[in-house]
Design a protein around this ligand. Structure first.
Ligand code: G4P
Length: 533
């Protein structure tokens, strides 16, 4: 790479922001996502994402499942430009039960936006996702949503979030509430107040705001002396007793800048987006087996964090989502898949603009590209020019729910096997086999029960195989390595079962904590792993 090329790469990296929104269902993630697209100019009238989602439901049983449950099962990536930044928003599925996919998506992000409901504060699902971000020391920005309707006391909310999550909070904007509701926010960094135009069209288009210095007398005229006195008192209190702005603490994930607003009416969305993009990190270095890969490294590298089959039922295609970690991506380039050492040509790469796919010519670190895949790629695969980079830290999860699966039509057993194999490669479910005299019996494992519903729905809709599940009473799984007779002996104990994964590795299931602990403590000469070796 010559100097000019290095400069272009560095500039492209500096412009990129790749993040995910973490929240509990109903906090307003879909609404906020839509408003980010609206501000990013990717859509022109809010309401269209939901409308398009509804239109898509008609075409797929799997989407039908989403519609029935009123949840988002799929996760996709949206790209838009705002204030010169190239923003990649990784959309995480919101349902509490469908977790594996969401966790993996978080690995592909460089920062997270924690969306909170102003009445409910931190909820269970937010907490789970927060823990994943914290483990990775990811910077987290907080947005307190639904301020257009009465909520809890904001000061109380700040201290509750701090106490609940063990993270420092620094409010960047502060809500201004009057008898007639949420009228504006104070911008603490700029010592200004933003007053919203309340005659807007309920958030369908950009909201107009008036920006005035905090000590402006016009504000007293507009909002009243009492309101402004309260705002000043609260800001003084935050200045004295609150945590100071500290960029280093934000970047190592110990201090979260907090913003107040309403995704529905757009109030407070713009100041949030502005500061978030300015202070959120660009593409971060990533750990690989024997090195740290910096985004500015010349070599192209990336990893697959998600595979989705049949995204578009009309095309029956399979898309592997790759997060680019370093170097420039050019359509048609050759890369080597580290797992197999095989070279592959990356043609027809796609990006996702406001849920529309477009073919792209080039992409940069921080970007996510969708590759058409015929079954070569798997979740957590690393690809690079040299084939020598193997990224670590992409979690595989030990399943906690298990069930025997069988097709209702024995003649379609091959279709069932194909479906199970493909869905397992996608990471939608884990598939194991039990030895039996009639041949291997498939057993599926999942982290959340909802994965099973999705599995059945997709097997029927995409592979034409109605199937049924017979739940098994096991709660824990461990891969086991060691002498075969020892494993066999263990499997005979109470509350256990031995299975094989698709590669023939042994796995033991345990019914309860006791069986698991007992085995781990007592078994000599065996190695137990939480994920596939
Ligand atoms: P999710 O993706 O996190 O599950 O939440 P979603 O955006 O679907 O929002 C959940 C509900 O909360 C929706 O109401 C939505 O309109 C509402 N909502 C989102 N943001 C705000 C906000 O800033 N203020 C208020 N007051 N409400 C908000 P719904 O009645 O379930 O659906 P809909 O009929 O409005 O689509």
């Amino acid at each position: 790479m010559n100097d000019a090329e290095s400069r272009v790469l560095a500039e492209a990296i500096a412009r990129r922001r790749t993040f995910a929104i973490i929240s509990h269902p109903d906090a307003g993630k879909t609404t906020l996502t839509e408003k980010l697209l609206l501000y990013g100019g990717a859509i022109h009238l809010a309401g269209s994402v939901k409308a398009r989602r509804a239109a898509r439901h008609v075409t797929s049983d799997w989407m039908e499942l989403e519609r029935q449950r009123g949840i988002s099962v799929t996760s996709s990536v949206l790209q838009f430009e705002y204030l010169g930044y190239q923003v990649n928003l990784l959309d995480t599925p919101g349902h509490a039960d469908f977790s594996e996919d969401t966790y993996r998506t978080l690995i592909a992000a460089d920062s997270a936006v924690m969306l909170l409901d102003n009445r409910r504060g931190v909820e269970q699902r937010t907490r789970q996702l927060f823990d994943v971000c914290k483990m990775r020391r990811m910077p987290i920005f907080s947005f307190v949503n639904k301020c257009d309707r009465p909520g809890g006391n904001p000061l109380q909310l700040v201290s509750d979030v701090e106490a609940d999550l063990g993270i420092g909070i620094h409010p960047v904007t502060w809500p201004i509430l009057t008898g007639s509701g949420f009228v504006g926010v104070a911008d603490r960094r700029r010592r200004e107040v933003l007053v919203f135009d309340r005659n807007a069209d309920h958030g369908a288009t950009l909201t107009k705001t008036t920006r005035l210095p905090l000590d402006s007398s016009t504000l007293v005229d507009m909002l009243g002396a009492d309101t402004m006195a309260t705002v000043r008192d609260e800001l003084d209190l935050l200045d004295m007793a609150g945590l100071p702005w500290d960029e280093a603490a934000i970047l190592d994930g110990t201090l979260s800048p907090m913003f107040f607003g309403s995704a529905l009416t757009n109030f407070g969305v713009e100041p949030f987006l502005h500061d978030f993009l300015e202070f959120a990190p660009g593409p971060l270095p990533r750990e690989a087996d024997d090195r740290t890969v910096k985004p500015t490294d010349e070599e192209f590298t990336g990893f697959v964090f998600k595979i989705q089959a049949n995204m578009d039922p009309r095309h029956r295609d399979r898309i592997a989502f790759v997060r680019i970690c370093s170097g420039k991506f050019d359509a048609g380039m050759n890369v080597t898949l580290a797992r197999t050492g095989k070279t592959m040509r990356l043609s027809q790469p796609q990006q996702f603009l406001a849920r529309e796919r477009v073919e792209i010519e080039e992409a940069w670190p921080g970007d996510v590209i969708g590759l058409h895949d015929r079954g070569t790629l798997r979740v957590s695969d690393s690809i690079s020019t040299s084939g020598e980079v193997v990224f670590t830290g992409i979690p595989r999860f030990a399943p906690q729910h298990f069930a025997r699966i069988s097709g209702s039509d024995p003649l379609r057993r091959k279709h069932l096997d194909t479906g199970l194999r493909q869905l397992a490669e996608e990471g939608a479910v884990q598939v194991f086999y039990q030895d039996s005299i009639v041949g291997p019996v498939p057993i599926v494992g999942a982290v959340g029960m909802l994965q099973f519903d999705v599995l059945l729905s997709r097997l029927e809709g995409e592979y034409g195989v109605p199937a049924k599940l017979e739940p098994l009473p096991f709660r824990h799984a461990r891969w086991v390595r060691g002498p075969d007779e020892k494993i066999e002996q263990l499997a005979e104990g109470r509350a256990r079962m031995r299975l094989y994964d698709a590669k023939g590795a042994s796995i033991l299931l345990f019914e309860d904590d006791w069986a698991l602990r007992h085995t781990l403590n007592d078994a000599q000469g065996l190695e137990f792993l939480e994920a596939a070796p």
